[in-house]
Design a protein around this ligand. Structure first.
Ligand code: FMN
Length: 241
């Protein structure tokens, strides 16, 4: 787990406006190990807390793991969970064969980024656990009051020249993590989001074309007015083969 290369940072003049940010905020797994100044972290969290929630109940809480003893202990627990998560995924999603073995292919690059990510997890400067204080029984919809905040956090990070990735690999180690951090019953951990300066570049985000996902008035009706801007790049879903 050595230190990685220099950060590809953006100067304030090249930081994005809102729509550019939306179009270019990627999942960043190659994060610098440099610390994040308190002011920047505070700004990111403030913008995360501007996200909407049902009835403006604001049930989201953020446990920020940094470089103190408990932060390090929690990152250690998570690091194990992440390596196990990636091991399972790399086998099941074909990251150990075919084009994934070619480092110049898209899948090979994804694999390299993921390997960097799990190998350096404990060294990332900040990991945010996004939690929900439950006010009713756990239900399939409760995440809808959490995920807008997660995306706001990532967008605010992007706006300040940082990056991160939404993850759920805390699941297998959750009991141990709760113990280390004193997270009470009745609080759900919905996302684990490491943050730092990106070592690569953000955008462009690649998604399905609008004519596959936007319907006009009824299911399946084409919406000819919904068009991808020139230069849009596309991707059609789970991992390229
Ligand atoms: C609900 C959700 C769960 C995710 N879980 C994980 C995860 O456990 N591990 C991970 O590495 N990425 C995770 N991601 C990140 C996605 O893989 C990523 O956002 C997606 O592939 C698009 O990547 P891109 O924005 O770079 O195009 C998750 C994203 C979302 C929205």
């Amino acid at each position: 787990m050595g230190r990685p290369d220099a950060v590809v940072s953006e100067t304030p003049a090249t930081l994005p406006d809102l729509l550019t940010g939306l179009a270019t905020t990627r999942a960043i797994r190659r994060l610098s190990l440099d610390p994040i100044p308190d002011d920047d972290l505070s700004t990111m969290l403030w913008h995360a807390t501007r996200a909407p929630s049902g009835t403006n109940r604001q049930p989201v809480r953020y446990v920020v793991l940094r470089d103190d003893e408990r932060g390090r202990a929690a990152k250690d627990v998570l690091g194990r969970g992440f390596r196990d998560g990636w091991k399972a995924k790399s086998a099941s999603a074909g990251y150990e064969e075919g084009s994934a073995l070619d480092p110049t292919s898209r899948k090979g690059r994804q694999r390299a980024a993921m390997e960097y990510f799990v190998e350096h997890f404990e060294q990332f400067p900040v990991v945010v656990l996004v939690c929900l204080v439950r006010y009713r029984e756990a239900n399939p919809y409760e995440g809808s009051s959490v995920y807008p905040a997660c995306q706001n956090l990532l967008l605010a990070a992007r706006a300040l020249g940082y990056g991160g990735v939404m993850t759920g690999w805390h699941g297998p180690v959750e009991a141990e993590l709760r113990e280390v951090l004193g997270i009470p019953d009745g609080v759900a951990i919905h996302a684990t989001i490491p943050l730092g300066r990106p070592l690569g570049h953000h955008g462009p985000v690649r998604r399905r074309p609008l004519d596959e996902v936007v319907f006009d008035g009824a299911w399946g009706e084409p919406a000819g007015w919904a068009t991808d801007p020139p230069g849009t790049e596309f991707a059609g879903g789970p991992p390229p083969s």
